[in-house]
Design a protein around this ligand. Sequence first.
Ligand code: THU
Length: 130
Amino acid sequence: MTDRNLLERAAAAMANSYSPYSRFPVGAAIECADGSVFTGCNIENCALGSTICAERVAVGNAVSQGHTDFVRIAIISKGTNYCVPCGQCRQVLMEFAPNLEVLCARGDGRYVSYNLKNLLASPFTNANMD
Ligand code: THU
């Protein structure tokens, strides 16, 4: 699957965003080593702290279907800035895939690519619990 294909899957998920409070829809599509793809959108709540980001919905979709071997994620919004994952999502992604490729797109479809390791320096991992 090309980067562009994965971004299209994220954009399709963004169409289902429930974001009446921020009016900032986000979509995510996470790809596994076997090529399978799981998507998510942000789901907001009137109790604002109960909002879930698109990336964590995608991870939840994947994990609940038995997939944790992530290789790449595409994230897209309609904004003028690249949609990078928030700190909480970086931590959740780090749990499964320190080397994850992270494609961050903006509304016009342009995107930048990061390695998760560079987005979350000195992470707390399960090794820190030894
Ligand atoms: N949001 C995401 O879905 N992913 C991110 O990484 C950044 C923020 C959502 C949460 C909220 O619904 C809206 O964007 C504004 O913060």
